[in-house]
Design a protein around this ligand. Structure first.
Ligand code: NAP
Length: 308
């Protein structure tokens, strides 16, 4: 079995070693050392136009990430080749950590206390009503469900939104445009874990952000283009939103002159909320390759029409 691995340096060799260990029966080649060969499977970090031809001949393409929006720029990826994404593989726990930090920081007013400390003031505040501190999760998929469960377990009233109706224990589930409009007014925190598709691009704009209650916070952990960045700035500067924690941006790395860098109500992280982990990712993909070789069905196949 021949496997093509296209991973940017410097991690490439570590991935090759891990795949070779997990699939000793396979010959694992790093792109472009055997770019013209016939491969059975391709494992890539997003697609590149140069290897589109090689991808067209494989039995399946594995994306070393959960989001596949970058693939639609490659029209050569033939419809018959399954595109398989990572499912959790260690990312859900990371997302739950990030969301819990953002939510607890806002709820317990740690930014306020940090400012008071810098000003040399001892200024305790009353405990806030947790039952009134609603947390909304957009996207109740692999990652969103884990985040919603973690926040529910911390005692927050959690609601979640998905395309199709979902049931998650202890979480108020909404779907469709009406569901979003019904859910947003109760969300003091809005955590975004939607895929970037034609249906979700620009979803977080002046209109939807305006449905959040005054003083709400936005946390975007999914893809930058879900958010209309100028609309967020407007909602923050008008005082409708209290703040935002952003891990993803329309353009990455975030341009040096972007207003988000120095905005007092925005905290940014450099697309690290859910980093791909070698061990669980290799184990998951190796397991799926073995299943496919035995003619079995696997999960995580991207729906080309829905684009996620
Ligand atoms: P997933 O399992 O496919 O879940 C996607 C969820 O979004 C599902 O609940 C889906 O609804 C919902 N959804 C999709 N389109 C919708 C629409 N038009 N309206 C309402 N809901 C919609 O994906 P995942 O594994 O949780 O990952 C989510 C995203 O996180 C990825 O696509 C990726 O972009 C992002 N991500 C970011 C990082 C990072 O480091 N920042 C890391 C990993 C992933 P249904 O349940 O009805 O299908």
């Amino acid at each position: 079995m021949d496997i093509l691995l296209h991973i940017p340096d410097p991690a490439a060799e570590a991935w090759r070693v891990a795949f070779a260990r997990a699939l000793p029966e396979a010959a694992v080649a790093l792109w472009p050392e055997r770019s013209d060969a016939r491969f059975d499977y391709a494992i890539v970090v997003g697609p590149t136009v140069e290897h589109a031809a090689a991808l067209g001949r494989v039995k399946a393409v594995f994306n070393l990430g959960a989001g596949v929006n970058a693939f639609w720029r490659i029209p050569e990826l033939p419809p018959g080749v399954p595109l398989i994404r990572l499912e959790d593989a260690g990312m859900a726990e990371q997302m739950a950590e990030y969301a819990a930090y953002a939510t607890l920081r806002a709820f317990r007013e740690f930014a306020y206390y940090a400012a008071e400390q810098r000003a040399g003031r001892w200024s305790p505040r009353e405990r806030r009503d947790k039952a009134a501190f609603g947390v909304g999760v957009l996207g109740l998929g692999v990652l969103g469900t884990r985040v919603a469960a973690a926040l529910r377990d911390l005692g927050f009233p959690v609601s979640g939104w998905s395309r199709s109706a979902k049931a998650v224990a202890g979480v108020r589930a909404f779907s469709g445009a009406d569901g979003l409009a019904a859910m947003l007014p109760d969300c003091r925190m809005l955590i975004v874990l939607l895929p970037l598709t034609p249906a979700t691009t620009g979803l977080l704009d002046r209109r939807t952000l305006g449905m959040l209650p005054g003083g709400a916070m936005l946390v975007n952990l999914a893809r930058g283009a879900l958010l209309v960045e100028t609309d967020l700035l407007e909602m923050l500067d008008r005082g409708h939103l209290a703040g935002a924690m952003l891990d993803v941006f329309a353009k990455e790395p975030l341009p040096r002159d972007h207003p988000f860098w120095h905005h007092p109500k925005i905290e940014i992280t450099p697309h690290v909320s859910g980093l791909t982990q070698i061990e669980p990712s290799v184990a998951q993909i190796a397991g799926k390759i073995r299943a496919l070789e035995r003619g079995l069905a696997v999960t995580g196949i991207v729906d080309r029409e829905r684009r996620y």
